[in-house]
Design a protein around this ligand. Structure first.
Ligand SMILES: [Mn+2]
Length: 287
């Protein structure tokens, strides 16, 4: 897809403006300021959030409430911090020292908020774009990734959701095998969609690497490992603030570290116009 196309549906009709927005992590005020900017404030605008709505930032509860109030105008996928909140709410995991989502757990409607969150998808596809929080396992086609995402989404939406999260933590298995079962299978699916950054050329996930891509390290960003067949969609992801804004025809990275004092980034599907929002002032940065 070229960078200057108006977005159309399968019947050639123009699509309403859709803005893909990077990691929020409890940055409710920048979110409110961003959505108040003239280009994003239109009543017909829709928003895709790349996951990690909560944690590390100052207002996880306000961020969640704002997105829930957007109703069907918002699509939000699950990130690793959202899943961590679910695991803590399930009672299987203690909060870490830097976790900042107690406001959600203490809310009078905490049960409803948690139920809403665990019904979010791991992957969203429409209009020639696929959005995930971290990435797509290198050897999966988009159709296979969608099938694997649905497996985990079905469990999270079931009465067994707590048990499913109990076995979520851990860095293995690092490679996909179709005969993986139970916790190991779910762990690989969740890690690839929500935590992956770097992989070996053979496609083995290296979950220890959290900095910017280091090409001397012998591992590559997941998106630089050729997929089994060229992907037809542009893949939008967040999760990687040390990578920052990445704009390529095949992949778009939108985590520009708002929670670390930098920017919240929005990209309009179709023409790839960029609008950014910092903490203090309304500042449109045009790309
Ligand atoms: Mn993340």
């Amino acid at each position: 897809m070229s960078f200057d196309q108006q977005l159309h549906d399968a019947h050639g009709r123009p699509v309403v403006p859709i803005w893909a927005i990077g990691d929020l992590q409890g940055c409710a005020q920048p979110l409110r300021d961003l959505l108040a900017q003239p280009e994003l404030a239109g009543a017909d605008c829709q928003y895709w959030f790349a996951g990690d709505l909560v944690n590390r930032g100052p207002d996880s509860l306000g961020t969640l409430r704002h997105i829930i109030r957007l109703g069907r105008r918002a699509v939000s996928i699950l990130g690793n911090h959202d899943l961590h909140l679910l695991a803590v709410a399930a009672g299987f995991r203690a909060q870490g020292k830097s976790d900042t989502f107690q406001d959600v757990l203490d809310a009078p409607d905490a049960d409803e908020l948690i139920t809403w969150l665990r019904h979010r998808p791991l992957m969203h596809r429409a209009h020639g774009y696929t959005m995930v929080h971290a990435g797509i396992a290198p050897y999966w086609t988009l159709d296979e990734a969608q099938t694997r995402a649905h497996e985990v989404e079905a469990v999270l939406r079931s009465p067994q959701w707590r048990e499913a999260l109990e076995g979520m933590y851990g860095d293995t298995p690092a490679t996909w095998q179709p005969d993986l079962r139970g916790d190991a299978r779910r762990r690989f699916i969740i890690n690839s969609f929500t935590r992956m950054r770097m992989c070996t050329v053979e496609g083995e996930m290296d979950l220890r690497h959290k900095g910017a891509p280091d090409y001397a390290s012998g591992v590559l960003p997941w998106f630089d490992i050729p997929p089994p067949a060229p992907r037809t969609d542009t893949v939008i992801f967040g999760h990687w603030s040390t990578l920052g804004l990445l704009l390529r025809p095949d992949v778009i990275g939108l985590d520009t570290g708002c929670v670390w004092g930098r920017w919240l980034t929005a990209l309009r599907l179709g023409d790839h116009r960029i609008v950014q929002q910092g903490w203090a002032h309304n500042t449109a940065d045009q790309a």
